[in-house]
Every structure is written in C-alpha cells, then in structure tokens.
Ligand binder design. Structure first.
Ligand code: 6CS
Length: 342
C-alpha cells in the first residue's frame, strides 16, 4: 500500500516536470534594474504573452546586473543565449551607426506624444533602420521614449561655456561623444553600472538620464544640480535574436508583434507617471538639490551649438546618414503639425 502511494506521487511529479518542460522559455534581458521603466514593459509583456499562449511560453526577465553591460546583452541576443533584450541606441552606435540619429540633440519633439507615435510607427525606423538591425542578426520589435534626459551635475550649467572642461558621462555610442563635444563638454563614455561610483569618486562631473533612472540609481545623492535643458528624450529599442524570431511559429511571432500597440500605450503612460512621481521622491529625499529649468534663450544657445554634431552623424554613417536625418526631421515636422509642437 505504502509503495503504491509513493509510486503514485512519483508519477504525478514526473508528469508535472514533463508538463513544465514543454513550455518554451523566452529569456528577456533588461538594461535597467527591477522596478524600472524597462522592467514595467517586460512584466507587462510577460503577462500578455504567457496568458495568450495558454501555458506554451514562459518569459523569464533578467534585470540589469545579472548578465552584463548593455553591449553584452545585445551580443547575447545575437547569439541566441537570450531571446529578447533592450538595446538602447545610446549603446548601439558601434554596432549599428545609423541608430545614432537618436543620439542627436534637439532632434526629437518637445511634445512626447509626437515622439511616441514617431518611435512606434515611423517608416524611417520600421522600413529603413530595421534592415540595419537585421544585418546584425537582430529583429527590431519596437521603440519608445522613457522620459526627458536631465543633467545631474556638480556644477551650475547655463551655457555651452559653462561646460568647459566638464566631464559628462555618456552612454558608449561615438555619436554621444560628438554630441556632447558640440555642446562644449568633455564627454566620458562608461557603462551604466559605473556611473554612481564615477560621480562619487569625482571621475566625472555629471551624467545625463531620465528622472526615474536618476532616482532608482541614486545619482541624485552625489550631485548638487539637476538641470532641464530639453535636449533629448531617452529612447530605447526592444530587439530579438533574428534567427530565433525567424524560427518561431507564425502564431508565436504574432504574439510578439501583435502585443506591441497595447504595450506601447501602457508603457508610455507608465513612464510619464513614474518620471513625475520620482521627481517628487528625489526632491523630498534631497531638498538641498538645486533644480534648474533653462530659459528659452539658454536652450536656444545649446540647440545652436548642437547642430554641428549633425555633420558628424552624416560622416559616421556614410551616404545614407543624411537621408536618415532628413526623413526623421520631415516625419517629426509632419507629426508636430498634427499634434502640436509642445
Ligand atoms: O545611461 C544608461 O546607460 C542607461 N540609462 C537608462 C535610463 N537605461 C538603460 C541605459 O543603459
């Protein structure tokens, strides 16, 4: 009797293991920590995909810190170790020079509704740049803005001259280095995980990121100023390994692509709320931090200084560079005519 019972339990356990093993695991890597905008997106993606697949798919999320730098994550997706990853243009420049158009300052709109629509459905991106991703073994799934990038610094900055000898940490794309040189700074590229220590040790004088990131990475603890210059939205891309994506059944491919419209609405509203809430958290936690919004004239001086970097972009990318830049500008202008510029 006792033996039969044990055998029964063993049989059930074995069946349970077999049933679990049948679910395909999709590993999804993040460039940001738990609780970030990218994590919110991935959690919602997981919920939608797992539910719609009826147990066929299990999505496992790997927050930043577990698998390496952003550049490492892109390589892991190319080689099929992870199936999906975030790959922000600010880190992709060496691999895909064309995507550095998103590292140019004062190019995207001041109206983030325009940016949402542009990044979610632009022909320049999904019919053009997607081919450059494919050339490097990546399937471009989607793009969205994560919030306005804000300078957190140990020096008050109002003009390009104030950036003289200022070590500004940037993401690692060469275009960002050129873009901050055009603004008068001395850019210092480094991976995300090294920024807090870099500020604390005085290796850098400032860094630039959206508010939610400044809060969760605690950058605001080790600077004196938070400066809004309206120069740029943080943009990100979600990519899949191309071989993996091409090998999926049409039903599973559709699970990835068809969920995007719903996900974009969700993440866009979420990032907006998170950035607003976390600004309050930062101010409450460190009231002595000076928050500066540059005046229209001050911004204009930075915008003018930034234009020189557009030539660097064309040089870095080659003949298609100017074409990409012109069509991005034209698409944004058309969307601003529809939605308003601010
Ligand atoms: O500054 C960075 O490197 C990072 N910033 C954000 C907001 N997301 C990922 C990226 O690697």
């Amino acid at each position: 009797m006792h033996h039969i019972k044990v055998a029964g339990i063993a049989a059930i356990a074995a069946f349970g293991v077999a049933a679990t093993a049948q679910a395909d695991e999709w590993k999804f890597a993040l460039e940001e920590i738990e609780g970030s905008v990218q994590d919110m997106y991935a959690q919602e993606f997981k919920r939608i995909v797992e539910e719609a697949s009826g147990g066929d798919i299990e999505v496992t999320i790997y927050p930043y810190g577990q698998l390496g730098t952003s550049a490492d994550l892109t390589e892991l997706a190319q080689s099929g170790v992870v199936q999906l990853t975030f790959a922000s243009p600010g880190h992709l420049g060496t691999l895909i020079p064309e995507v550095q158009v998103f590292s140019l300052h004062y190019l995207l709109s001041q109206n983030n509704d325009v940016n949402k629509e542009f990044l979610g459905s632009s022909p320049t991106i999904y019919e053009g740049l997607a081919g450059d991703f494919a050339d490097h073994g990546l399937r471009l799934i989607t793009m969205f803005p994560e919030g306005e990038m804000v300078w957190t610094t140990n020096r008050e900055i109002h003009s390009p001259a104030d950036f003289d000898n200022f070590k500004m940490r940037t993401m690692v794309s060469p275009m960002l280095v050129a873009a901050y040189e055009a603004l008068g700074a001395s850019p210092t590229p480094m991976p995300y995980g090294e920024v807090y220590g870099g500020l604390q040790l005085g290796m850098i004088d400032g860094q630039v990121n959206p508010i939610f990131a400044i809060q969760e990475m605690k950058f605001y603890e080790v600077v004196d100023y938070m400066i809004f210059a309206g120069q740029q939205q943080f943009t990100t891309t979600v990519v899949a390994g191309l071989d993996w994506f091409d090998g999926l059944s049409p039903e599973h491919q559709a699970l990835v692509t068809d969920s995007q419209a719903e996900l974009l609405d969700y993440i866009y509203a979420t990032q907006e709320a998170m950035n607003a809430e976390r600004l309050e958290m930062i101010i409450a936690d460190r009231p002595e931090l000076t928050v500066i919004h540059l005046t229209a004239e001050e911004r204009e001086a930075f915008r003018e200084a930034s234009l020189g970097a557009r030539e660097d972009f064309a040089e870095m990318v080659g003949p298609s560079g100017e074409e990409i830049l012109n069509s991005v500008v034209a698409e944004i202008e058309a969307l601003e005519a529809e939605h308003g510029a601010e």
